[in-house]
Design a binder for this molecule. Structure first.
Ligand SMILES: C[S@@+](CC[C@H](N)C(=O)[O-])C[C@H]1O[C@@H](n2cnc3c(N)ncnc32)[C@H](O)[C@@H]1O
Length: 179
């Protein structure tokens, strides 16, 4: 087993270089093909990978740097604890299964609360379609502005939408640059 091969056109690696640390939520399944492999390429040595699939994290532990940390836990729970203890990571990635993208996007204030510099969160054509929005950066930002974010500040506009797969009509990273 080795770290998956990457295609830098499909991930905002440029925004990750020089980062002090990262938190990779929903890190398992494909050994980091979507996200962890890019955090590694960006040279981040302090990365916490969170996934409920412990067996997959054990496999990843074998191939990623020994300085990386592995948490076989619920991503929302870990994010809430991180937020409540006022900790943040420079880079945060969020990559749930496509069927769970709606839930993860509703939790946008939570992921932003634990992000210092860059939040990279997955989205997909099914989600844009269900929101009756075009699969564009403007479409995503329209969704952000039309929501009522009760109890949380309105998220800032996303700055990039990066397509990384043609699966089911398209998977994209929605990127927020906070600093
Ligand atoms: C799309 S896959 C992630 C792929 C991974 N980022 C990669 O590049 O290999 C989604 C992952 O979410 C995990 N998962 C599902 N629900 C979860 C939860 N509540 N907390 C943490 N991980 C969860 C699954 O075990 C699965 O590994």
């Amino acid at each position: 087993m080795t770290i998956p091969t990457i295609n830098v056109a499909t991930f905002p690696v440029d925004l990750c270089t020089g980062a002090r640390d990262a938190c990779c939520f929903f890190a398992g399944a494909f050994l980091g093909r979507n996200d962890a492999a890019y955090l590694h390429t960006a040279g981040i040595t302090d990365v916490a990978c969170v996934d409920t699939d412990e067996a997959k994290l054990i496999e990843m532990h074998e191939i990623y740097p020994p300085t990386w940390k592995w948490l076989a836990r619920d991503a929302y729970e870990v994010a809430r604890e991180t937020r409540d203890s006022r900790r943040k990571a420079d880079v945060v990635t969020v990559d749930p299964w496509t069927g769970d993208i709606g839930r993860a996007l509703w939790a946008l204030p939570l992921w932003l609360a634990v992000t210092e510099r860059v939040l990279i969160i997955g989205t997909c054509l099914d989600w844009f379609d269900s929101m009756k929005l075009p699969a564009t950066l403007d479409g995503a930002n329209e969704w952000i502005t039309r929501q009522h974010w009760s109890g949380a500040p309105t998220p800032p506009p996303a700055t990039r939408l990066v397509k990384y797969s043609e699966y089911r009509g398209g998977l994209w990273w929605l990127v927020f640059e906070l600093a």
